[in-house]
Design a protein around this ligand. Structure first.
Ligand SMILES: Cc1cc2nc3c(=O)[nH]c(=O)nc-3n(C[C@H](O)[C@H](O)[C@H](O)COP(=O)(O)OP(=O)(O)OC[C@H]3O[C@@H](n4cnc5c(N)ncnc54)[C@H](O)[C@@H]3O)c2cc1C
Length: 471
């Protein structure tokens, strides 16, 4: 692959160039890289992880047999994609945290304490999803993690709790982790599920889609059956969730079946679905819309995933939650479009290759409205009471934010000026959705009218010393 000096380079060191820079080595990024390489494009793929795989296939390239067995066949299936990616000829830069992507398609990243830049013809943002915040009383206590974080420890280094854990919330990842823990021999004190009868009634309206996506339904039912067979205590329709403990978690309190209950555990794992990681698309000032079915922001793209920022594409869960196979298909589509734009693939051939991908994607998306309706997170677990912290970095509570609204604050950017929420090291990644929803609710307007933080680089924390290194 050729790396040439860019005419845009202004520093003494020549800037690397490539036909495409892809951010994220999950299913979307790997599939995009493979597609582009098949048509002769030069590709640099940057990911902050030490190996390819993304969230679903994290650690797949060096997982021992025992871990593959615990994590199950859907995880193991990632080995084929990771292998194809490794053979594709794309340059994979690991441990590379991308902190800025510009509209001129310069990509800046941090690796081993040094800052590097690449000038790309096209940029593909495949940064995946993040877990939705779960701001309930006590959620910031030591001993409370998200289920996804616990699963990262399991996938990445085979670490699992030795004491009984409580899993609470809703959504496929929560039950999947429960199932994986059962297989790993982890004691589960309880699964506290917030899904209730109203959710089932809402979901049943999408039963047609659920039947069309029967394979997903079958997998979900098998997971639930296995948890039941293992004798895991299961509480349905849980409300009033709060973490017990003063300076660290000691369990979870909630109401289920009309009875107030507590489950003792030093480890509480919360989860209520995943949402697109849109930090880069926001920082590029691309257009976003509020998706009321998935209760999150989604970037607006054309049918290939291109933003209204020319030459910048979004694929996979960072464009809307569709799951791993949809992510890979979207990555391939974006890869074909980017290869075509760089003159490496004639448009008629691009369109012919895209047809079966689009057909398969429709099949996988049939189930989505059913899942979105069934696992719609409860308002009480998204829009917290006054005393609950919303911005963990700056310790701003929901009550503080409502106070700003009382004195005229209309949106998240004003809330920043009032009380610094969203201005800490995570740059609003963890609190952004909650801030939008708390303000929208307090003002009685829609999230769309309320808006989101004006995201600015650095998207990942970087020190002045590291920046100076580049200059
Ligand atoms: C914690 C978590 C666990 C999950 N586990 C499962 C599971 O077990 N099974 C399942 O079916 N689905 C799981 N999902 C859903 C899963 O994200 C998708 O189905 C699928 O992985 C999406 O693929 P993707 O390629 O869009 O993104 P991902 O697989 O999420 O890949 C995105 C990649 O982008 C990288 N990245 C992001 N930002 C930057 C940056 N600034 N600089 C450098 N690299 C960056 C990340 O390191 C990551 O490797 C999980 C989601 C989360 C959030």
């Amino acid at each position: 692959m050729a790396f040439e000096t860019s005419p845009h380079a202004t520093t003494e060191r020549p800037m690397q160039t490539a036909d495409a820079v892809i951010v994220g080595a999950g299913p979307a990024g790997m599939a995009a890289a493979i597609a582009m390489r098949q048509h002769g494009a030069s590709v640099v793929l940057l990911d902050e992880q030490p190996a390819a795989g993304g969230q679903i296939y994290r650690g797949i390239t060096n997982a021992p047999a025992e871990r593959l067995d615990v994590l199950g066949p859907d995880y193991g299936a990632g080995a084929a994609l990771a292998g194809e990616f490794a053979r594709s000829g794309a340059r994979h830069v690991t441990g590379a945290a991308v902190w800025q992507v510009t509209a001129e398609r310069q990509v800046h990243y941090l690796q081993s304490g040094g800052v590097h830049s690449i000038q790309a013809e096209r940029v593909l943002l495949c940064t995946g999803a993040m877990e939705r915040p779960f701001p309930i009383p006590g959620w910031t206590l030591p001993g409370v993690l998200t289920a996804g974080a616990a699963q990262i420890l399991l996938k990445g280094s085979g670490m699992a709790p030795s004491q009984p854990v409580v899993l609470a919330g809703c959504g496929p990842l929560l039950y999947l982790l429960g199932w994986q823990y059962v297989r790993a021999g982890v004691p589960i004190a309880a699964i506290v599920d917030t899904t209730d009868g109203a959710d089932y009634r809402r979901a049943i309206r999408h039963a047609g889609g659920a039947l069309a996506g029967w394979r997903y339904l079958q997998k979900g039912l098998a997971l639930m059956g296995a948890l039941k067979k293992a004798g895991v205590p299961f509480f349905k329709g849980a409300t009033g969730l709060h973490v017990l403990g003063d300076d660290k978690a000691s369990g979870l309190g909630f109401t289920s079946g009309g009875t107030a209950r507590t489950v003792q555990s030093p480890l509480v794992l919360l989860h209520q679905g995943v949402v697109p990681n849109t930090q880069f698309s926001w920082s590029l000032r691309a257009r976003h819309i509020w998706d009321d079915a998935q209760l999150c922001w989604s970037p607006v793209t054309d049918t290939w995933g291109e933003l209204d920022v020319p030459g910048v594409f979004v694929a996979g869960d960072s464009s809307g939650i569709g799951g791993a196979r949809v992510a890979a298909l979207q990555g391939e589509l974006a890869g074909l479009a980017a290869a075509s734009q760089t003159g490496k693939l004639p448009a008629p051939m691009r369109d012919r290759l895209a047809e079966p991908l689009r057909a398969e994607m429709r099949q996988h998306l049939f189930i989505r409205p059913f899942l979105d309706a069934l696992y719609r997170p409860k308002k009480a677990n998204r829009i917290p009471s006054d005393g609950t912290i919303v911005c963990r970095c700056e310790e701003v509570t929901a009550g503080d934010i409502r106070g700003y609204v009382d004195i005229g604050c209309t949106g998240p950017n004003q809330a920043k000026s009032f009380g610094r929420c969203g201005m800490g090291p995570c740059q609003g990644r963890q609190c952004g959705l909650t801030v939008t929803e708390v303000i929208a609710d307090a003002r009685g307007v829609t999230p769309e009218e309320t808006g989101y933080f004006r995201i600015r680089p650095p998207i990942k924390p970087i020190t002045l010393g590291e920046l100076a290194h580049e200059a």
